[in-house]
Ligand binder design. Structure first.
Ligand SMILES: Cc1ncc(COP(=O)(O)O)c(C=O)c1O
Length: 406
């Protein structure tokens, strides 16, 4: 495939002219990736600790995923789910086997859509409308998902949102006990809050949520859009807690970089009537082939174990940085937050100048979501640069960097 033949100035000018304006854009043009490295249009390498907001768990342009996409693209790209397909059948079998007890799956195209579908399934199945979500939660931007998202900044200007949603403090069992009633269709939570600041749920909290949902006949929805597919050192973060949810939302890295979402559906969710929900692109053979290849790579390369080992190494090194700016280093696997005592944007900018891409999570947390294949050498390079950057006096720098939630 030929490139569109645009030079750097043309690309910046055209995107600048036609952008929706919704993204805080950086003047960097990336045209190629491999593993944890992205190359700009001039051939400069950058260490990517964002993975495209948690998508590229396998690293960029994994050859097995690329080959599966190329092969399937020349055979069959699209097929609505009323018809059967070999790739989809194989993926259904593979993905449901990842979470024993959850035998059904709904395919869609993004994280928001997966959350949206899970909320609808919970209401349909229970005949109740209440959704109890968490303070600091991020579940996406469509109306249902946005109603479950806590941060006012994302909600402002879009009210009225969907009725029936409430938010309780994360990791507070007592508050959850009060909030879950016989009107509650579902409790919705992230096992590690990503956008909210990289906060890890206590296993006891998730277990209590499971117990409460069972007692009050509500459903438990776990949002694994950011935590799924090895990121936290297990295939799914909920596997750190020993419980099984009723609905599990996944997306981001599921199809190795191609857009895809999924909801795994457990036995407590009643039968879903034909036509109650659907997606034109959901479960298309191209995305299914990519996801099958991605899941095979995750298994072959044992990426959850790699994430656990590399994440522990990274967090250990980060905790050795002697900087009065660091309030806390927290996380699990390769989902890591470094909370500073001041705004992080000048430090993200300084890292970017050193060709390292990282994310924020709120105003004061640097969030690292590198591909799970990041090498130990690259990790050392990241930590050394972070330590140097944190030693700079950047308090006066108030410029912001466009790394907001997708
Ligand atoms: C936990 C969680 N849920 C849902 C979403 C929304 O996903 P998408 O941007 O694919 O709609 C995100 C995106 O960052 C997320 O982190």
């Amino acid at each position: 495939m030929s490139s569109p033949g645009l030079n750097a100035a043309q690309i910046l000018e055209i995107e600048g002219r036609h952008t929706s304006g919704l993204y805080g854009k950086q003047p960097l043009i990336f045209v190629r990736g491999q593993g944890a490295v992205l190359w700009d249009i001039d051939g400069n390498a950058y260490l990517d600790c964002t993975s495209g907001h948690g998508v590229a768990n396998l690293g960029h342009a994994h050859p097995k995923v690329a080959a599966a996409i190329a092969e399937q693209a020349s055979r069959l790209i699209t097929l609505f789910e009323t018809f059967y397909n070999d790739q989809r059948a194989a993926l259904m079998e593979k993905i449901t086997a990842l979470m024993p007890g959850m035998e059904r799956v709904f395919f869609c195209n993004s994280g928001s859509e997966a959350v949206e579908a899970a909320i609808k399934f919970a209401r349909l199945s229970t005949g109740r409308s209440g959704i109890v979500a968490m303070m600091r939660a991020f579940h996406g931007r469509t109306f249902g998902a946005l109603s479950a998202t806590f941060n006012k900044r994302y909600r402002q200007g879009f009210e009225p949102l969907v009725p029936g949603f409430s938010h309780v403090p994360f990791n507070n069992i007592e508050a959850l006990e009060k909030a879950v009633t016989d009107e509650t269709a579902a409790v919705l939570l992230e096992v590690v809050q990503g956008e909210g600041g990289v906060y890890v749920a206590d296993p006891a909290y998730v277990q209590a949520a499971r117990r409460l949902c069972d007692e009050r006949r509500s459903l438990l929805i776990i949002d694994e859009v950011q935590t799924g597919f090895g990121r936290t050192g297990k295939m799914f973060a909920v596997q750190h807690t020993g419980i099984t949810p009723d609905l599990l939302c996944a997306a981001k890295s599921l199809a190795g970089g191609l857009p895809m979402g999924a909801v795994l559906i457990g036995p407590a969710v009643g039968q879903l009537p034909v036509g109650a929900h659907a997606s034109t692109f959901g479960g298309n053979p191209l995305a299914c082939a990519a996801a099958l290849a991605a899941l095979q790579v995750i298994e072959e390369e044992d990426l959850p174990a790699q994430a656990a080992a590399r994440g522990a190494y990274l967090m250990d090194k980060l905790r050795q940085i002697d900087s009065p700016l660091i309030r806390e280093v927290r996380g699990v696997g390769l989902m890591v937050g470094i909370e500073l005592k001041q705004k992080v944007t000048p430090y993200l900018k300084a890292l970017q100048e050193r060709h390292i891409l990282a994310l924020n999570a709120g105003m004061t947390v640097i969030r690292l979501l590198p591909p799970l294949v990041i090498t130990y050498e690259q990790t050392d390079h990241l930590v050394a640069n972070l330590a140097e950057v944190l030693a700079l006096d950047l308090k006066a720098d108030t410029t912001s960097i466009g790394t907001d939630a997708p």
